[in-house]
Design a protein around this ligand. Structure first.
Ligand code: 13P
Ligand code: SF4
Length: 311
């Protein structure tokens, strides 16, 4: 495997040779973000995957995101640098589990966060991302109960924001649930001019303290446009790379987690992808996301319902 600049060049050469596009999430390692054709949040990446006319999509994110790309654009070859790039939310919720919940609450609509696998999507009525969840929940018929899966923190936040009661699946993001409200309160006290910004996968105690709550793209826009010069950032630390690029003179402080010995908010799934693995997956066109067509069509329906409702 080439190294350094030669590795970057080899990836660019493969991109040309294979007519590939590199899509990357804001939590990816900085070197991957820098080489990506398109950097975005889950919704933006799903749209970019749907609209691309490249022959191959090298998806630098986690498995459910690459799977969503395949569901939306099945004629393209979708490769993921590391298939072990999972997600605690997706791993904790199954299609079978949702079927059981539906049986327990007949008549309920199932709104599912995009952080789930294709089988789970296939059992859902509509998918949401953190960018459009509030709009979508507000648009659901008032006379139907709502089951929200799998993130109970995002679900509780949406209940508060929209006033809609929802039956919540008991899932969490292992990265965002690790933020410590007490330690963040100390950071705010030590930086009285700073604003706390948080992703809605964080626990209610952290969200209640936040000046702004939003998706990864929402957080980036807020830092860029807000007058404050200092921000305490409660989300996966990979986002600081793009955030600092967009607001070079602003001070960005990663929010603290419970574990005082580590002080980091890395998603170890996201960080399984490396430039070397990206090179290998583009060269050998493996590992590839493959999906049963019947399952794909079932999973596509609730994603399309989401896309129709999001601007
Ligand atoms: P966004 O849709 O806000 O990018 O979030 C994705 C994610 O996995 C957050 O942990
Ligand atoms: Fe999943 Fe959390 Fe990692 Fe996002 S940060 S991919 S929700 S484990």
């Amino acid at each position: 495997i080439p190294q350094g600049e030669a590795l970057v060049q080899a990836i660019l050469d493969l991109k040309k040779e294979k007519n590939a596009v590199i899509l990357a999430h804001y939590y990816q390692p900085p070197a991957i973000q820098d080489i990506a054709d398109y950097l975005g949040d889950s919704l933006q990446l799903a749209r970019a995957a749907k609209d691309t006319d490249a022959d191959m999509i090298a998806f630098c994110g986690v498995h459910f995101m690459a799977e969503a790309a395949k569901i939306l654009n099945p004629s393209k070859k979708v490769v993921l640098p590391d298939t072990q790039a999972g997600c605690s939310l997706a791993d904790g919720c199954s299609g079978e589990g949702l079927r059981a919940m539906r049986a327990k609450h007949p008549g309920a609509l199932i709104a599912t966060y995009i952080n789930c696998n294709a089988e789970t999507k296939a059992e859902s009525d509509i998918i949401v991302t953190s960018s459009n969840a509030e709009t979508i929940i507000r648009s659901l018929p008032e006379d139907r109960p709502i089951i929200f899966a799998p993130d109970k923190n995002l679900g509780a936040y949406l209940m508060k924001k929209t006033g809609r009661d929802m039956i919540l699946w008991d899932g969490t993001c292992i990265v965002h649930e690790a933020f410590s409200m007490e330690r963040i309160a100390q950071q705010l006290a030590a930086n009285p001019q700073a604003k706390l910004i948080a992703h809605p996968e964080s626990e209610a105690a952290v969200l209640d303290l936040a000046h702004y709550v939003g998706s990864t793209s929402g957080l980036l826009n807020f830092v860029e446009k807000d007058d404050a010069q200092k921000f305490i950032v409660a989300t996966e630390e990979g986002i600081l790379h793009e955030m600092q690029k967009r607001a070079p003179h602003k001070k960005l402080i990663p929010a603290l987690v419970f574990d005082e010995s580590c002080n980091c908010s890395e998603c170890f799934y996201m960080k399984r992808n490396t430039l070397e693995k990206l090179y290998l997956c583009m060269k050998y066109e493996l590992p590839e996301i493959l999906m049963d067509e019947e399952l794909r069509l079932k999973a596509l329906k609730p994603i399309e319902a989401m896309l129709e409702l999001s601007t």
